[in-house]
Write a protein that binds this ligand. Structure first.
Ligand code: APR
Length: 236
């Protein structure tokens, strides 16, 4: 696979073994909240303090968790390949901390906050930035409120031009730890398939779009991926 153009898409499942809960647990709740209450622009308008507290907890949690063998395996994969693109739906920084050099965070980042006025993102992870109090931007003459730098339901994912360019050229498309519930990420396998790429899935359970993959490996990413990556690198 070494000379192939490889695109990898990761979802919440790859960070599960690091201790970050996935979104679609059996009770339909995310850390005891309905997704609509904490992951929509309407939720933010209706109850900004609840949404702020929720993401501040996620931001603080990120400082306590560590990348797992699946994140490290992908960093090694990238190092060995000439053409490699890593797309993630995750907002944590575990890929970067495992050594991945360029990660397309299509659903935003926990590390940054976004000015509601200018739309600019700022890296804000100091102790003061992680408190329950709202924080203000440094970009506007009259400092305005910063919101979580997250793409909520109903908002447009980011880096899409770069993502579609990579997808349209890819020869191998690998999805790891995603339930296939959320578009446009769930539809990327169709694009890859349409252009004749080999499509591979690594996931704990059967996702909604399982039938789109040529090859499926069920199990925990942290256990499967290190061996799979070695095998892929040894393929001619
Ligand atoms: N290894 C591999 N897969 C795992 C593991 C693991 N250790 N643990 C769980 N999984 C799988 C689950 O079986 C599930 O199919 O990961 C998937 C996680 O699915 P979701 O929680 O729906 O996460 P994801 O697909 O990333 O969600 C997409 O939805 O709420 C939004 O914006 C949010 O980016 C998120 C998007």
């Amino acid at each position: 696979m070494q000379s192939k153009r490889v695109v990898v898409l990761t979802g919440a499942g790859i960070s599960a073994e690091s201790g970050i809960r996935t979104f679609r647990d059996n009770d339909g709740l995310w850390e005891e909240h309905r997704i609509e209450d904490v992951a929509t622009p309407e939720g933010w308008r209706e109850n900004p303090q609840l949404v702020w507290n929720f993401y501040q907890a996620r931001r603080r949690q990120m400082l306590e968790v560590e990348p797992n063998p699946a994140h490290f395996a992908l960093a090694e994969f990238e190092n060995a390949l000439q053409y490699f693109t890593l797309i993630t739906q995750n907002v944590d920084d575990l890929h970067e901390r495992a050594g991945s050099s360029k990660v397309l965070h299509m659903h935003g980042n926990l590390k940054t906050l976004r000015c509601e006025q200018s739309g600019r993102s700022e890296l804000r992870m100091s102790d003061e930035d992680l408190r329950p109090q709202f924080v203000k931007c440094t970009c506007c003459a009259e400092p305005s409120t910063l919101r979580p730098d997250i793409v909520w339901f109903g908002e447009t994912p980011i880096h899409m031009r770069e993502i579609y360019t990579a997808l349209e050229e890819c020869e191998v498309f690998i999805v790891i730890g995603s339930s296939g519930h959320v578009y446009p990420a769930s539809g990327m396998v169709n694009i890859a398939k349409m252009i004749g790429a080999r499509t591979i899935l690594v996931n704990l359970e059967e996702p909604l779009n399982a039938y789109d993959f040529d090859e499926i490996h069920y199990g925990k990413a942290g256990e499967l991926l290190p061996k799979l990556v070695q095998g892929w690198l040894n393929e001619s």
